[in-house]
Structure formats: structure tokens, C-alpha cells
Design a protein around this ligand. Structure first.
Ligand code: CTP
Length: 409
């Protein structure tokens, strides 16, 4: 899959450096030539011997110890892709400012190849405006960012900042190389959605009770964001209507919304122009009939909140679809999954319905993994056993592409 591709694997000094070993192994098994470059701090985390053994050549650590007189330009120029895994706050800062104090930061400045960075750090550092600013600038320059996940961190803490799974990073690398040269992870042509407009929704809506309280749900937006990133990697023009602020492929236009009604407006105003609409968002079915202007006080007693139905966005889209459009719905179910999903598919007039059983461990809300069955309006179905949300996104897009009519010339 990656035969002959030259990848510089930069490893910086985060606890997650040990996961770079697994990434290197996967890349080499897929046929890539991996040149490991470690910072001094990284060598405190994992041994250079291991990186050398599982890479394709001896690890490089310094601007001065290479047989090549200018190792950073040599590495930068010969690379098809540079990946930094894990990327500490320090390397993101150096890369943003162009401070090339060691071999890895100098290589980043010396390359014109695509660069993938995989940040990993403690939640406080990840949330710091300095880190987020640096990432935003890098995203704006076309750097691909594989965002960290939430989960257990070093020292027993739990929160955002855990390095993305090596499998997900591998998929992003394959996609990124495919976007440059024409093939991607599932073997489809990277430009297979070129010329198509894809609209994706993500996250859970929030319906205000008062200025501080809302009715919400557990959706993390990860599956919708993965779909948007994957569609962009296939060359589509992608708009992501999302309730969640999360870095995405810089080619994706993000539209921030909070409520079901805002999502309805953002989606319906763009629906006619879209060739594909994927409703991955968990839209509230009910909202408070009125929103209190001031915070409800305990002293005023237990409030009785009258609810009303929200609009069903997917059903609205299904009813007013234009010819050739492909509309995809999602169904998070806890029981009678396939029967409920099949009923939703026809009730809402969708082409495809992606059903998941959120009662199973590791599936759906907030996880980085998912297991789904994709039902087709023509009666077909595809089972996707437990895998990353990035891989689920690829299989959903494969099913979408099968239903898309050819582009009229
Ligand atoms: N959906 C929508 N608008 C709503 C509710 C849901 O567009 N007001 C979409 C979701 O984005 C998803 C699909 O409909 O693609 C199914 O959502 P789900 O909440 O599972 O369906 P419901 O209509 O709520 O069905 P039920 O209450 O029977 O589970």
C-alpha cells in the first residue's frame, strides 16, 4: 500500500513516544521506507535502538552526526511525508515560529512534503491558548493535525490529550499520501469525490432551559468529524455543521451551531447545493417550549419544563431531496437495532442508514471506535465490525459513492 514511499517519522519527548514504535512497524509492514528522527527528549522515553530496529534505517538525532553534510535539507527534500508522533507542545511552537534548533524542527522547515502532526500532552497543556493558537496557525498552513483523544493520561489523570491510536494515525498518513498521489486507505482514488459537495453534521445539539442549563446528549462529534475529514481527503468540497469545536482537515469549512433549530437552518440553506448530506449529528427530539431569561433558582421550587418537538432535519431533507442527491442518516439504538434502523431509513426517506448499538462497549458516543451496520434503501447491508471511526467513515463513503450518479459534464 505504501510501497516505496519515504516517510520521516519524527519522535519528540512525550510519554506516548512508545506508540511511535507501533506506528513505525505498521508503516514498514505497508512497504514504506521509514527514517526515524528523534529529539534528545524522545530518547529519554524510548531507546533509539528500538526505533532503528523497527524503522528502515538508523535513527537520526542530530544536525551534526550524519554522514550527509546538510541532513535536514536532505531529509526534508527526499521525504514524501513527514509525521511527528507524538508532537509535544514544544515542537508545535518551534514549527509554528520556524525555530529550527534541532534536526527534527529543521527538517520540518526544510520540507515541502505534507506534514502530519499528532499532538499528545496533558489536558491543561492541550487546552492552553498558546498550544491551540499554534495548531490553528499550522492548520491554516495546510499541516494535517491528528487530534488527541480523551482517555487515561500519564500520572493517573484522565482527560483530553492522549495520543490518537496508531491505527488512526496510519490511516491519516495513507489518506494524506493518497491525496497527493491518487490512492488512499481503501484503495479508492483520492479524487473520487472531487467535484462533489458534501454536507456533514456532527455533535449533539443543546436546547437551553435557562442561560446556564440545557438538554443535551452524549454525542462527541467524533464520527461526524471523521466523515468530514475523510470526504475532504477524497477531494470533496466539505461543509461540516457541528456543535463541537475540534480541529479538522483544513479544507473542511466548519459552521458552528448549538441548537436543533440552528442546525436545521444551517443544513437546509445548504441542502440544495449539496450532492451528499450525512446527518451524523445527534439532534434533540424535544426542546423546552420556552427558555427562562434568568437562571432558575432552587428557591422558586422544582420547575416543570414543558417540552415541544424539534423539527426532524433528516426527514425534512428526505422529503425535499433533489434528484441524484445521496442522503445518509444515523441511528444510535440500544435494542432492536436493525429493525429500528430499517424503519427509520424508510420513514425519513434516506438512501443509507448507519446503525450502531450504543449499548455495546467501545461503540458509538465518545469512543474512538465504532461498529455499525450500513443499511441501503435498496435492501442491501454492510456490517463494519469494531474499528476506528476513521475506518467507519471510509466504508460509509464507499457506500455513498456507489449511489452517486456520474458527474454531468
Ligand atoms: N435527526 C434529525 N432531526 C431530529 C432527530 C434526528 O435530523 N430532530 C436525524 C439524526 O441526525 C440521525 C437520524 O435522524 O441521522 C436518526 O436519529 P435518531 O435520534 O436515532 O432518530 P429519532 O427520529 O429520534 O427516532 P427515535 O426517537 O424513534 O429513536
Amino acid at each position: 500500500m505504501l510501497e516505496g514511499r519515504r516517510i520521516v517519522l519524527g519522535v519528540t519527548g512525550g510519554i506516548a513516544a512508545y506508540k511511535a514504535i507501533e506506528l513505525s512497524r505498521r508503516l514498514v509492514l505497508a512497504g514504506a521506507h521509514v527514517t526515524p528522527v528523534m529529539t534528545e527528549a524522545a530518547m529519554n522515553m524510548v531507546g533509539p535502538t528500538t526505533m532503528t530496529a523497527l524503522g528502515s534505517e538508523a535513527v537520526k538525532t542530530s544536525l551534526w552526526d550524519d554522514s550527509h553534510p546538510i541532513p535536514h535539507t536532505h531529509l526534508g527534500q527526499s521525504a514524501d511525508l513527514v509525521v511527528v508522533c507524538p508532537a509535544t507542545a514544544r515542537i508545535l511552537s518551534d514549527y509554528r515560529t520556524g525555530r529550527s534548533a534541532d534536526l527534527l524542527s529543521a527538517t520540518l522547515i526544510a520540507t515541502e512534503a505534507p506534514v502530519v502532526v499528532c499532538p499528545a500532552m496533558h489536558t491543561e497543556m492541550w487546552n492552553h491558548p498558546a498550544v491551540q493558537d499554534n495548531l490553528e496557525v499550522l492548520l491554516g498552513r495546510g499541516v494535517v493535525v491528528v487530534p488527541p483523544e480523551e482517555g487515561p493520561l500519564a500520572g493517573g489523570d484522565i482527560g483530553a490529550g492522549r495520543l490518537a491510536a496508531p491505527e488512526s494515525i496510519f490511516n491519516v498518513i495513507v489518506q494524506t499520501l493518497g491525496a497527493v498521489s491518487g490512492t488512499n486507505a481503501t484503495g479508492v482514488i483520492a479524487g473520487s469525490l472531487a467535484g462533489r459537495k458534501v454536507l456533514v453534521t456532527a455533535g449533539g445539539t443543546r436546547e437551553a432551559i435557562d442561560p446556564v442549563r440545557f438538554i443535551g446528549n452524549k454525542s462527541s462529534g467524533k464520527q461526524g468529524h471523521a466523515l468530514a475529514d475523510a470526504a475532504a481527503a477524497r477531494g470533496a468540497e466539505v461543509t461540516l455543521v457541528t456543535t463541537v469545536a475540534r480541529p479538522s482537515n483544513p479544507a473542511v469549512e466548519q459552521v458552528a451551531v448549538a441548537t436543533a433549530s440552528e442546525m436545521l437552518g444551517a443544513v437546509t440553506s445548504r441542502a440544495d447545493a449539496s450532492d451528499v448530506i450525512i446527518m451524523a449529528a445527534a439532534v434533540a427530539d424535544f426542546r423546552p417550549k420556552t427558555t427562562a431569561e434568568r437562571k432558575l433558582k432552587k428557591a422558586d421550587g422544582v420547575p416543570s419544563i414543558e417540552l415541544e418537538r424539534t423539527e426532524d432535519i433528516l426527514a425534512t431533507l428526505g422529503a425535499r431531496r433533489r434528484a441524484g442527491q445521496v442522503i445518509v442518516g444515523f441511528a444510535a439504538e440500544t435494542n432492536d437495532v436493525l429493525a429500528n434502523a430499517a424503519a427509520k431509513l424508510s420513514r425519513k426517506g434516506a438512501d443509507l442508514l448507519v446503525a450502531n448499538n450504543v449499548a455495546l462497549p467501545e461503540v458509538g458516543f465518545a469512543h474512538d471506535t465504532n461498529a455499525v451496520t450500513i443499511l441501503d434503501a435498496d435492501g442491501g447491508s454492510v456490517d463494519v465490525p469494531l474499528t476506528t471511526k476513521a475506518t467507519v467513515a471510509e466504508v460509509v463513503l464507499d457506500a455513498v459513492e456507489k449511489r452517486l450518479p456520474p458527474i454531468e459534464s
